[in-house]
Design a protein around this ligand. Structure first.
Ligand code: GLA
Length: 693
């Protein structure tokens, strides 16, 4: 007999589960929207013959499948009590529904475990928020090796998974793997989100692509280790599990204790990769916690790092601030090098007070100079880190994460503080609160410049999970105490970009690689998961410091326009013409940020090395067309823009301080035949504005 059907409907998608009342509910459907009055037909098991060489009662794919009593696929839970109770099976479930949220409680009285699943659908953007809680109901400790935060069903025609890897200076490298019979699995064990282990992916059904076709996306909201796996099931569907990768012995639940997973955000769209991105952007905007409750126009910023590195001279920095104000910069960020003894990257992390040699009167004169010029003042910090050569570590050698009798593993000459020690977070809160109280700081760039190896306490017990939790707690405490301060998440560029840290921060530093050409691909990867207004994108020096390649200011600026626009170079070294050109681009970024940020974006590629980025809405948009390579064709191909809806549009090319003649097109023509763009050299861009007439 069919079990009870529970369905959640969004704008474009639905999910359906079946509760037979005798175990974990079954996954029946997740995909394009069903009719409100759909009928699910017979129960999953009702017309399904038992295959040969099978258990007499095969265990079907459930919302939370567990290994041991007949489910042979990946288990949502791997746990034991000193070798016992590894085989779990739920005998009963209790589902509750509140609006578009389902909670499901599962009990296994034999193994002594209780699991609570939460599935909430935001009907406006079709994004599910899922999480799992495990409680030890036995009378001995439970060792947990794996607890899936979400188990998602994928249809049999799911053929490819698009995911991203990378490295420092090379984030968001796209990969597409075919999904076959073997398990697809990706683990990140670096202790933070990492450049390599982007904790999310998009699964493409059949020939789904940039703008069309069924696509499923998921991402783990967590800034630590992660695991994702996609497995073929014996009915042709696939299961997708995401959660925190746990180190051996890391989680041991005492009787009565509960482990709550991070959340997973998951979505499904009939509009391909772009549809998944758009749904995620709406969900991320809902998670952002802006000072004052709403996003202000994103202030164009100047960061001192690549212009000055550790070489801080307040007089020159004041001149830089004046130059910055004169070109239209709105936020001035003093990067690494300002604190006691920090002349290079070998020392001083942890000693968060201004260097009295470089700043005899502290930072206040510079900060006040900046604010008097009408800009906000921002400051770089790296709270979770300490150099062995620092007053802090000399005073508290046991504050760093380290295992007794093992060497301390350094990276960039630094160690990681054990954030879960109350004295450590108390010290950091005090040091940061002093800076935020004493100085007019509107913005912190919060860095984290290494992987964790290992995250363990002195006895050698893994401490990855608690490190992340303690960092979130410190961020939350600071946000509560200084609600007006915005924070940027940086980890050697894009090593900590995830939905878990998002509620505490307001910008991500995408990469230390400011090379505009490299950024075209990288930013597209970022935008698969996160909205453009929080993507740090800078115009840098030419040649670019990380790659040695040179690009015109116009190309760099057109790439930076995609995100939260910034400048990272020594303005004082620019000649007058370059400074004027940069000022014009800053004015341009400000003029158009209302369309570039906060709306929808579309990304695509066209013939002959053309890549494009569009932003806005169906009635008004900007399209930035990049030439990434020398043209091989004699004539330029038009660029089809499939996101443009039918209807009459007035279209013109726009440039800083100038714009071309308005021409009229039908949207269906632009979508199918394309927009005629002029030929141009490699590393050039044209920008088009379209508005419905
Ligand atoms: C990291 C950041 C850079 C800069 C340096 C300072 O590499 O990504 O932007 O802040 O640290 O040391």
């Amino acid at each position: 007999m069919a079990g009870q059907i529970f369905a959640l409907h969004g704008r474009a998608t639905s999910l359906v589960i079946e509760d037979r009342g005798d175990g974990a509910p079954l996954w029946r459907y997740w995909g394009p929207r069903l009719a409100d009055d759909f009928a699910a037909g017979p129960g999953l098991l009702d017309e399904r013959p038992v295959p040969s060489f099978s258990l007499d009662e095969p265990v079907p794919f459930a919302l939370f499948p567990t290994f041991g009593m007949g489910w042979f696929g990946q288990s949502g839970l791997l746990a034991h009590r000193d070798g016992l109770d590894f085989a779990q099976s739920f005998t009963g479930s209790r589902i509750e529904r509140a609006g578009t949220t389902l909670t499901c409680e599962l009990n296994d009285s034999v193994a002594g475990v209780e699991v609570k699943l939460a599935i909430a659908l935001d009907p406006d953007c079709d994004v599910l928020t899922l999480s799992t809680e495990l409680t030890n109901r036995g009378d001995a400790p439970l060792h947990v090796q794996w607890l899936s935060a979400a188990v998602l069903p994928l249809p049999p025609d799911a053929r490819r998974v698009r995911h991203f890897s990378g490295r420092h200076n090379g984030e968001f490298v796209p990969h597409t793997d075919g999904l076959g019979a073997a398990l697809w699995r990706k683990e990140n064990r670096r202790g933070l989100t990492s450049h390599w282990g982007v904790p999310g992916a998009v699964v493409l059904v059949d020939d789904a692509g940039d703008h069309s076709g069924l696509a499923f996306g998921a991402q783990l909201a967590w800034s630590g280790n992660s695991l994702q796996q996609i497995e073929l099931l014996d009915d042709g569907r696939r299961q997708w599990q995401l959660g925190e990768w746990l180190a051996p012995g890391e989680i041991r639940l005492a009787p009565g204790e509960t482990l709550a997973t991070p959340q997973v955000l998951a979505t499904c769209s009939p509009d391909g990769l772009g549809g998944v991105a758009a749904n995620f952007h709406t969900a991320m905007r809902g998670r952002l916690d802006w000072p004052g409750g709403a996003m202000r126009p994103r202030p164009v910023l100047l960061n001192t790092w690549e212009g000055y590195y550790f070489d801080h001279d307040p007089a020159r920095l004041m001149q830089l601030a004046e130059a910055a104000a004169s070109v239209g910069i709105e936020r001035f960020v003093l990067d690494d090098g300002w604190f006691a003894g920090r002349d290079d990257d070998t020392r001083a992390l942890g000693d968060w007070r201004p260097d009295s040699r470089k700043y005899p009167d502290g930072l206040a004169p510079l900060a006040r100079h900046v604010t008097a010029l009408g800009m906000e003042f921002g400051l770089w910090v790296e709270p979770e880190m300490v150099n062995p050569d620092s007053e802090l570590l000399r005073a508290h050698p046991d504050w760093a994460l380290a295992i007794a009798d093992r060497p301390m593993v350094t990276a960039r000459n630094q160690l990681v503080l054990d954030m879960a020690q109350p004295a450590v977070s108390e010290y950091l809160f005090g040091a940061l609160a002093t800076l935020l109280t004493d100085l007019p700081i509107a913005y912190l760039k919060w860095d984290h410049n290494r992987d964790l190896a290992p995250a363990a306490d002195r006895r050698g017990h893994a401490a990855y999970h608690r490190q992340v939790a303690a960092t979130y707690a410190l961020l939350a405490r600071l946000r509560a105490a200084f609600p007006e301060v915005e924070i940027e998440s940086c980890a050697g560029g894009g090593g900590r970009i995830d939905a878990g840290i998002l509620p505490y921060v307001h910008r991500f530093w995408t990469s230390d690689c400011i090379d505009a050409l490299a950024r075209v691909t990288m930013q597209r990867g970022f935008l698969q998961f996160m909205p453009p207004e929080i993507m740090g994108a800078h115009v840098g020096a030419s040649p670019c410091h990380s790659t040695g390649r040179s690009f015109p200011i116009a190309f760099q600026a057109a790439v930076a326009c995609q995100g939260h626009f910034g400048v990272e170079l020594d303005l004082l070294k620019l000649d007058e013409a370059d400074r004027a050109e940069l000022a014009a681009w800053i004015a341009f970024a400000k003029e158009w940020r209302h369309l570039l940020h906060g709306g929808r974006i579309w990304n695509g590629a066209a013939r002959d090395g053309v890549v494009w980025h569009a932003a806005g809405n169906r009635d008004e948009w900007l399209v930035i067309v990049y030439r990434t390579a020398p043209m091989q064709q004699a004539h330029a191909s038009p660029v089809p823009l499939p996101h443009i809806a039918p209807g009459q549009f007035a279209v013109r090319e726009i440039r800083p301080g100038d714009c071309g003649t308005v021409r009229h097109f039908d949207g269906s023509w632009l979508a199918a035949a394309g927009l005629a763009v002029p030929p141009g050299p490699p590393h050039s861009a044209t920008i088009w504005h379209g508005v419905r007439r």
